[in-house]
Design a protein around this ligand. Structure first.
Ligand code: ADP
Ligand code: XUL
Length: 538
């Protein structure tokens, strides 16, 4: 066995790990640790804490730390060769913020290998729970920040996105406004990625520019915090953030805690973590412009690499930093897997029955449309849950299954037009990418070939590849991205789903109808039913 590299992905519902062997180009481990199932004492539902207000969604940061400890413990027990790991990096769900007090620094530096991590970090938080990307309770703060920065367009030009409710800046502003005392007691604000990296390094680790772009606080061009954005967000915020990490950023040694407790080699390097989406870009091998990937995890995201900066004039999409030093574009749809699951569960289906329903119903669903905003939606902006059906009975299981998947694919098509890319092939990843019937709808709606990857864990794989790339760079062996990703981030040829001409034509029409339904339900547009009925008659 050659040099091993570990990539972790601290996501909404679980912590995942991928270990790669760079010499043999093999994935030697792929595993996942489910928060709600393994750590029920945090009383989360699928990793999150909901409140009565559907817009407020948090998670306990202690749970993420306990998961890291318990997961590594499971690996040690199972005989995973942790001592052969040369370097570790990771992915965090983006935008979530962790609030640490002034004790944090000293506690991180003195972890005791004889005691579980969870117990040792109990006292480092100035806020017990972390608002995460599903939280949409900061509409007011978004408006205030954009006003201070000269409007939505100016905000997007400066930070890569207009102010988004889930982004870290608006969330920090809300915390400052609602709990000033706790804000003052906060010595350091971390993102999920930099918090997890800090637990591994045993010191406070900075945010990387890829994830920093998801805060509305970073100047997208200089990749440093923007003083104007900091001032628009909360007083003295700059003093509570470490400077954005340089790219590439030097590694540091893993905390001795992990040697003592799990048998890591004392020279194991840790590298700054990034967001799950920037790492997924690497995990699906998008190190050059021109292709698009769709990740279907808890959220659905549509993304690609971009060499020249371009922002979305409608303000729905984002520009993040790519780990290659370029940019990436991304659009995030909140009602991804959770909406598919909602429909599946409402009709008491399992995934096999869900797939069967897709096989049993005709593409175009005879013009029956579902707007599936079971949760508040990010794109398009839907502040409160809203489920609308056009010509579709609530009880019709197969009809609703097809309608939810078609809605998601058509929405992606409509809201990604600003990117100006008509992809001829799409890389699908995330938990739902294993569902071939979903991928066929994706191919037909987007008129593009769709490929799946051997690993559904593109974010964890991307993190392992980033660790390898950074390590080789530091060891003087030099590493180009194409060489590092070759043999790993390659789609399964046989998974190819080809768009079918007759259905592409149907979807071209249905997309117009879907757009009319969206206009009707969200912006009081004209009744789309006459359009729908004429479609049904063709
Ligand atoms: P995250 O990383 O956001 O936690 P994952 O990428 O691990 O999410 O995806 C998990 C999701 O995959 C589950 O919530 C589930 O809805 C979905 N999933 C699992 N199996 C299937 C399947 N056969 N068909 C469709 N979706 C599936
Ligand atoms: C991206 C986004 C989500 C999270 C959770 O902007 O909000 O994809 O990163 O995975």
């Amino acid at each position: 066995m050659g040099d091993l590299f570990l990539g972790l992905d601290s996501s909404t519902q679980s912590l995942s790990a991928v270990i790669i062997d760079l010499e043999t180009k093999k994935v030697v481990l792929e595993d996942s640790f489910d928060f709600a199932e393994k750590l029920p004492h945090y009383a989360t539902s699928r990793g999150v804490l909901r409140s009565e207000d559907p817009q407020v969604v948090h998670s306990p940061p202690e749970m993420w730390a306990e998961a890291l400890d318990a997961f590594l413990g499971e690996m040690k027990q199972a005989g995973v060769p942790l001592s052969q790991i040369r370097a570790v990096s990771g992915s965090g769900q983006q935008h979530g913020t962790v609030y640490l007090n002034k004790e944090a620094q000293a506690v991180l530096a003195s972890f005791d290998a004889h005691r579980p991590l969870g117990q040792q970090i109990e006292k480092i938080f100035s806020r017990r729970t972390s608002p995460i990307w599903m939280d949409s309770s900061t509409g007011k703060q978004c408006q205030e920040i954009m006003e201070a920065l000269g409007g939505p367009e100016a905000t997007a030009r400066l930070t890569g996105s207009i102010a988004f409710k889930r982004f870290s800046g608006p969330q920090i502003r809300k915390f400052y406004q609602e709990d000033r005392k706790a804000y003052e007691k906060t010595a350091c604000i971390q993102l999920v990625s930099s918090y997890m990296a800090s637990l591994l390094a045993g010191r406070l680790v900075p945010v990387d520019p890829g994830d920093g772009a998801g805060t509305n606080l970073m100047d997208i061009r200089t990749r440093n915090w923007s003083q104007a954005a900091l001032d628009a967000t909360a007083p003295r915020l700059g003093a509570k953030l470490l400077p954005v990490a340089a790219s590439p950023s030097p590694g540091s040694l893993i905390s001795p805690y992990y040697q003592g407790r799990f048998g890591f080699h004392p020279e194991t390097k840790t590298y700054v973590w990034s967001g799950d989406n920037p790492n997924s870009l690497i995990g699906v091998g998008l190190v050059q412009e021109g292709r698009i990937a769709i990740s279907m995890g808890t959220s659905d995201t549509y993304f690609g690499l971009m060499t020249k900066l371009r922002t979305d004039p409608r303000g729905e999409g984002h520009v993040f930093g790519s780990p290659t030093g370029d940019y990436m574009t991304l659009i995030c749809f909140q009602n991804g897997s959770l909406a598919r699951e909602k429909v599946k569960d409402q009709h008491h289906y399992d995934w096999n029955k869900f797939s069967q329903a897709l096989r049993d119903t005709p593409p175009g669903n005879r013009g029956r449309i579902l707007l599936p905003y079971f949760d508040p939606e990010i794109v398009p902006n839907v502040p409160q849950p809203l489920v609308a059906r056009y010509g579709l009975e609530t009880e019709d299981g197969p009809g609703n299954v097809r309608a939810v998947v078609e809605a998601q694919m058509m929405s992606m098509h409509i809201h990604s037009r600003w990117m100006g890319v008509e992809p001829c092939s799409i890389y699908a990843t995330g938990g739902a990418a294993k569902n071939r019937e979903i991928l066929q709808v994706m191919a037909d709606v987007h008129n593009a070939e769709v490929f799946r990857f051997p690993s559904g864990n593109s974010a964890a794989l991307g993190a392992a590849l980033r660790a390898a790339h950074a390590y080789l760079g530091e060891e003087g062996e030099g590493a180009d991205w194409k060489g590092v990703v070759a043999g790993f981030a390659e789609p399964i040829r046989e998974s190819r789903c080809v768009p079918r001409k007759e259905y592409v034509k149907i979807y071209r029409e249905l997309i117009k109808i879907y757009q009319a339904c969206e206009e009707h339900a969200l912006r009081g547009g004209p009744d789309p039913n006459p359009l729908r009925e004429s479609f049904q008659q063709v």
